[in-house]
Design a protein around this ligand. Structure first.
Ligand SMILES: [Zn+2]
Length: 138
């Protein structure tokens, strides 16, 4: 498991280091920052890895999922998302919270009723259902 903490100009993984791996597992648990320069470097990294290497994304943050949905090249055919965090907000205390779901993803999992850990209020999705799981269609 390779931990990716920054998708910025500091992103420094080299595709050649993983060219002979059957699988590459990327862990985004500690991902703190994403910017456009970093995305460019990250996409170049993905392109430099042979299509025979299966890349798995683990613990994708809501921001990363959002980027996957709007930026071409973050989900090439040899990449599979294994788990991601769905963002919610509480209409009562305005607190944001996330819940992790695992592949295979279904749009129905967005309809699961979840409660605020602080006050028990019914949480609302941060994104529209159709936009958050857009990557499933492409
Ligand atoms: Zn609340």
């Amino acid at each position: 498991m390779v931990s990716v903490k920054m998708i910025t100009e500091d992103f420094n993984l080299k595709g050649s280091d993983y060219a002979h791996e059957k699988e590459l597992h990327l862990d985004f648990t500690h991902l703190q920052k994403i910017n456009s320069l970093g995305l460019r470097g990250f996409i170049a990294f993905l392109k430099s890895i042979p299509k025979t290497t299966q890349i798995k994304y683990h613990h994708c943050s809501p921001l990363l999922v959002h980027m996957i949905n709007i930026v071409d090249g973050l989900l090439p055919s040899n990449v599979e998302i294994k788990s991601l965090f769905i963002p919610y907000f509480c209409p009562t205390c305005q607190k944001e919270s996330t819940f992790e779901v695992h592949a295979p993803f279904k749009k129905e999992s967005l309809k699961v009723s979840r409660q605020c850990p602080d006050d028990g209020a019914h949480l609302e999705l941060f994104y529209q259902e159709s936009t958050f799981f857009k990557f499933l269609n492409g």
